[in-house]
Design a protein around this ligand. Structure first.
Ligand code: ATP
Length: 234
């Protein structure tokens, strides 16, 4: 199999002295669409935050293109091409849409690219961040991360709390990003949508990967999914 773009090898990480990830190992391959699912509190957000350098890593290794990144601060990981869209969205409420985007511009990115992907943001470009709907805020959070020109984009529950029609629109955007050659890692509670999007799915339980399967395998084996993710699979 090809070399991994991103690799976590026996990573133990958490907050302060607390261990949330317990020997977590995973690989993400270039151009892949990977979904990470699991019950609440199993460590999905912590996994993405650890890749970005936002937690305390106690042991193990994180490599990007084979190079160790686990001692690098978050902004350097971002410069190397990792982009995180946090669950909290983290847009600047007092800045306009355009100012939020400009604040994220790196590596010669153009905000016109963001407007092409999200025409709604262009219409709203002079609106303050706090005046946006939840869906628009999520679009802005994604667009701002894209202004860093990431090769790999980590999406933390981007559909949370959004209307079905908005979710569908965002899923189309994720497909478009994948078609453009970006590697997409999607953490999502909407398991059905995640499975429709992904090539491969990882199931996380208590800070470790308990299942690594193709989306097709999991779709054909609902029992497996229900056992690990819960009967209320959305
Ligand atoms: N900042 C923090 N400080 C201390 N503990 C935390 C912090 N953030 C999360 N935790 C704990 O780490 C564990 C894993 O949380 P995490 O948010 O990674 O799970 P998750 O799978 O993303 O859950 P959810 O689906 O609810 O977002 C939980 O027990 C949580 O309480």
């Amino acid at each position: 199999m090809a070399d991994a773009l991103l690799e976590l090898d026996s990573v133990v990480a958490g907050y302060g002295a607390t261990h949330v990830l317990r020997n977590l190992s995973l690989k993400v391959f270039k151009g892949e669409r990977l979904a990470v699912v699991g019950r609440n509190g199993v460590g999905k957000t912590t996994t993405l935050a650890t890749v970005m350098g936002l937690t305390r890593q106690h042991s193990g290794a994180i490599r990007l293109n084979g190079q160790s990144i686990d001692r690098l601060p978050p902004h350097m990981r971002s410069q190397l091409g990792i982009g995180l869209v946090p669950q909290t969205r983290d847009i600047f409420p007092s800045l306009t849409v355009e100012e939020n985007l400009l604040a994220g511009v790196r590596n010669g990115a153009s905000i016109e690219e963001a407007y092409e992907l999200f025409p709604r943001l262009k219409e709203r470009r002079h609106n303050g961040g706090s005046k946006l709907s939840g869906g628009e805020q999520q679009m802005l959070a994604i667009a701002r991360t894209l202004m860093g020109k990431p090769h790999i984009i980590l999406l933390d529950e981007p559909l949370e709390g959004l209307a079905p029609v908005i979710c569908e629109g965002l899923m189309e955007v994720f497909h478009a990003l994948s078609t453009q050659g970006k590697t997409v890692v999607l953490v999502e509670q909407h398991t059905r949508l995640a499975l429709d999007f992904a090539d491969r799915v990882l199931i996380l339980e208590q800070g470790a990967i308990v299942l690594d399967a193709s989306a097709a395998e999991l779709k054909a084996n609902r029992d497996l999914l229900d056992r690990h993710v819960g009967v209320a699979v959305k």
